[in-house]
Design a protein around this ligand. Structure first.
Ligand SMILES: NC(=O)c1ccc[n+]([C@@H]2O[C@H](COP(=O)([O-])OP(=O)(O)OC[C@H]3O[C@@H](n4cnc5c(N)ncnc54)[C@H](O)[C@@H]3O)[C@@H](O)[C@H]2O)c1
Length: 584
C-alpha cells in the first residue's frame, strides 16, 4: 500500500509519527485539561508556550522548572505546536521527555526529561484548545523576513501571516485576564499596532470589553553550550501595553527567570522593547559587516586579520571587535534589520528612506560567503586544477561553532556557489545529521524561499548527505574548506589530513582556524592555502619556498663533498615543493 507522506511527520533521527486526525482533537484536549486541572488544584499556574522550536522548547522547560523559595514548582507548562508534517514530531518526542532541539548544553535534555518525567510540569500538545486553560500564553512562533534577492534586504518583507493568525486564535480562546507575552522578534510596532487591535476585536466579538493583557519581552537565547543559562540567567527587557500588562509581565518574569542576579529592564512601551531587539542585532550585524572590507584589504596586502583583531581587542573599549566567518548566519542576524526597515514603512507609514547602515550590513553579511568560492577557485588554479569536477569537502554546516543549527549558514552559500561552478561537494558536520536546506531544498525553509532559487544547477544537491566519518570524507578530495570553528576541526593535523586525502590539496581557512605553523606545514606538504582575511599566507608560502631553495643549495654542496645525508622531511619538502606554484 502506498503511504501518503503528508500524513506523517518524521523526526530528524527518522522516526515516523502519524499526524492527528479530526477525531483525535477532543481526546487530546481532555488529556491536557485533566493534567492542567490536577496541577491547578496543587496551586500551579498554567502557562501555554506557543511554538516549541529553538526558543519555545527551552523556554517552556525553564518555566516548567521554576520553583518557589520552598523548592515547589509554580508553573505547569503546555508546549503548543501546530501538527504540520514538518513540526508535529516535536510533540510526541517532548512528551517522552526528549528535547526536540539538539544542543551542546547538557542541561537541555536533563531539564526537559526532569520536567516531563519527574516533576510532571511539562507536556506538549497540538490543540489550540489548550489556550483555554492558560493563565499565561508565551508566543515563541517565528516571524520570518522573506528576501526576494540575494544581497538586497530592501527587496523583501516581514512574513506576518502565522503571527497574525496566532494573535486571533489566542484571543478567541483565552480568558480576558490571561497574560499574553510575545517573545518573538517582531517588526517594531507589532505588539501595539498589530497584535493589540486584532486581539481587541476578537475579544469584542466574544463580548469582552476589557483590554487584552499584552506584553513584549524578547529572547536573547544562544543555542550553544550555555543554551539554558542564556534564557534563565540573563538580562531581559520587557514592556506591557498598559500598566496592568507591565505589572503582570514583570511579576511573571521574576517568577521564572533569575532576575535577582540579572535584573529586568522595564521599558515604557512595547515598541521600545521590540526596537531594542532589532537595534541589538543590527549593531552586531554592522560590527561583522564592517570587518568584511578589512578582510579583503588584509587578503590583498599581506595582513593577517586574526592577529590584527587580537591586537585591537586588548583595548577594553574595543573588546567586542569580531572576526567574521564565511557569512553571518543564524536565524536572527540576517533578518532582524529587515524587520526594522519594513516596519518603518509598512507599520508606521513613512515614505522616506532613513536606513543606510543597517541594510548595507545585512547585504554585506548575506554575500560574504561567496568570496570563499573565489578563494577555492584560485587555490585550485594555483595547483593547476580546474574547479569544475573538483572534489571539495566543507567542514561544518552550521552557522556557528559547536551547534547543530544550519539556518542561513555561510556554508550553504559556499556549497551552492561552488556547485554552480561545477565542483562536487561533500559536507562533514558532527552536529548535523540532515542538512534539510539541501535534502528538502524545494520545501525548506519554505517552498518559495529557499536559497536554491538564487543559483543555477542545484538539483543534485538534494542528494547531499552530511558525512559523520571525517577520515572517510577526506578521501580523494581536491580541496578542503574550514568553514566553522567546531572544536573537532581546531586541532586537525595537516599530515593526517593530507594522508587521508591521498595527496596535496587546496586548503581554505574561513575562520582563522589554522595557526601559522599549520599553514606552513600544509605548504611543506605541497598544499595551497588561502583564507578569509589571511593575507599573510603568501609570506609563509615564500618562507617555505625559500627553505626549499636553501635545501637544494645545501644538497648540491654536500653532494659535491660526498656528505649527502637527507632527513625524511627535507626529502618531502623537496618533492612537494615542486608543486608550490608562484601564482596567487
Ligand atoms: N533561534 C535563536 O537563536 C533565537 C534567538 C533570539 C530570538 N529568537 C526569536 O525567537 C522566535 C522563535 O525562533 P525559533 O528559533 O524558536 O524559531 P523556530 O522556527 O525554531 O520555532 C518556531 C516554532 O513555532 C511553531 N509555530 C508556527 N506557527 C505556529 C502556530 N500558529 N501555533 C503554534 N506553533 C506554531 C513552528 O512550527 C516552530 O516549531 C523568533 O522570533 C526568533 O527571531 C530566536
Amino acid at each position: 500500500m502506498e503511504v501518503n507522506m503528508s500524513e506523517y511527520s518524521i523526526s530528524p533521527n527518522g522516526e515516523k509519527f502519524p499526524l492527528p486526525g479530526p477525531e483525535d482533537y477532543s481526546k487530546e484536549f481532555e488529556r491536557v485539561k485533566r493534567l492542567a486541572g490536577e496541577q491547578r488544584a496543587r496551586g500551579l499556574e498554567i502557562v501555554v508556550v506557543m511554538g516549541i522550536g529553538f526558543v519555545g522548547a527551552v523556554m517552556a522547560a525553564v518555566v516548567a522548572d521554576a520553583q518557589d523559595k520552598e523548592g515547589n514548582p509554580t508553573k505547569f507548562v503546555i508546549g503548543m505546536q501546530r501538527p504540520s508534517s514538518r513540526s508535529f514530531w516535536k510533540i510526541p518526542l517532548l512528551n517522552r521527555g526528549i528535547s526536540p532541539v539538539s544542543s551542546e548544553d547538557p542541561e537541555v535534555p536533563l531539564m526537559i526529561n526532569r520536567c516531563v518525567n519527574e516533576k510532571k510540569t511539562l507536556t506538549a500538545t497540538y490543540t489550540y484548545d489548550a489556550l483555554k486553560l492558560a493563565d499565561v500564553v508565551i508566543v515563541d512562533i517565528q516571524c520570518d523576513y522573506l528576501k526576494e534577492a540575494l544581497g538586497n534586504v530592501r527587496d523583501g518583507r516581514a512574513d506576518m501571516v502565522a503571527l497574525e493568525e496566532s494573535f486571533e486564535i489566542i484571543a478567541q480562546n483565552i480568558s480576558p485576564q490571561t497574560l499574553v507575552l510575545i517573545e518573538t522578534t517582531v517588526a517594531p510596532g507589532t505588539t501595539e499596532q498589530i497584535a493589540y487591535p486584532i486581539m481587541r476585536k476578537a475579544f469584542q466579538k466574544k463580548g469582552i470589553t476589557s483590554d487584552p493583557v499584552l506584553a513584549h519581552s524578547f529572547e536573547r537565547v544562544m543555542p550553544g553550550r550555555n543554551y539554558v543559562a542564556s534564557i534563565r540567567d540573563f538580562w531581559r527587557v520587557c514592556s506591557g501595553v498598559n500598566e496592568e500588562s507591565t505589572q503582570r509581565v514583570v511579576k511573571f518574569l521574576n517568577e521564572v527567570l533569575n532576575t535577582e542576579k540579572f535584573p529586568l529592564t522595564v521599558l515604557d512601551r512595547p515598541i521600545e522593547s521590540e526596537t531594542a531587539k532589532i537595534v541589538e542585532n543590527s549593531f552586531r550585524a554592522t560590527l561583522l559587516a564592517f570587518m568584511d572590507e578589512w578582510s579583503l584589504f588584509a587578503e590583498r596586502n599581506g595582513v593577517d586579520l586574526t592577529k590584527v583583531i587580537n591586537a585591537i581587542k586588548i583595548r577594553p573599549t574595543h573588546s567586542n571587535i569580531i572576526f567574521p566567518g564565511p557569512g553571518i548566519g543564524g536565524y536572527c542576524l540576517p533578518k532582524d534589520g529587515g524587520l526594522g526597515i519594513w516596519a518603518y514603512r509598512h507599520i508606521h507609514g513613512f515614505e522616506d528612506d532613513i536606513f543606510k547602515i543597517t541594510p548595507l550590513a545585512v547585504d554585506i553579511n548575506d554575500t560574504r560567503s561567496l568570496h570563499v568560492a573565489q578563494l577555492t577557485r584560485d587555490a585550485l588554479r594555483n595547483m593547476s586544477r580546474p574547479i569544475a569536477s573538483a572534489e571539495i569537502l566543507v567542514l561544518g554546516a552550521s552557522y556557528r561553532e559547536d551547534v547543530g543549527d544550519t539556518r542561513y549558514s555561510g556554508s550553504e552559500l559556499i556549497v551552492r556557489r561552488l556547485t554552480e561552478m561545477g565542483a562536487e561537494l561533500r559536507i562533514h558536520d558532527p552536529y548535523v545529521l540532515h542538512w534539510w536546506e539541501f535534502e528538502k531544498q524545494d520545501e525548506y525553509p519554505a517552498s518559495s524561499h529557499g536559497m536554491k532559487r538564487f543559483f543555477r544547477g542545484q538539483e543534485k544537491l538534494k542528494d547531499l548527505r552530511v558525512e559523520q566519518d571525517l577520515n572517510h570524507a577526506l578521501q580523494g578530495i581536491d580541496a578542503l574548506i574550514f568553514a566553522v570553528r567546531h572544536k573537532h576541526y581546531l586541532n586537525l593535523d595537516p599530515d593526517e589530513v593530507v594522508k587521508y586525502a591521498g595527496g596535496p590539496i587546496a586548503v581554505i581557512d574561513c575562520f582563522g582556524i589554522l595557526d601559522d605553523e599549520k599553514i606552513g606545514r600544509y605548504f611543506e606538504l605541497g598544499c595551497e592555502v588561502k583564507g578569509l582575511g589571511r593575507g599573510h599566507v603568501k609570506r609563509i608560502k615564500d618562507q617555505v619556498r625559500a627553505k626549499r631553495e636553501q635545501l637544494l643549495l645545501d644538497i648540491s654542496t654536500k653532494d659535491e663533498k660526498g656528505e649527502l645525508n637527507l632527513r625524511k622531511e627535507d626529502l618531502e619538502l623537496i618533492t612537494n615543493g615542486v608543486k608550490l606554484g608562484a601564482e596567487d
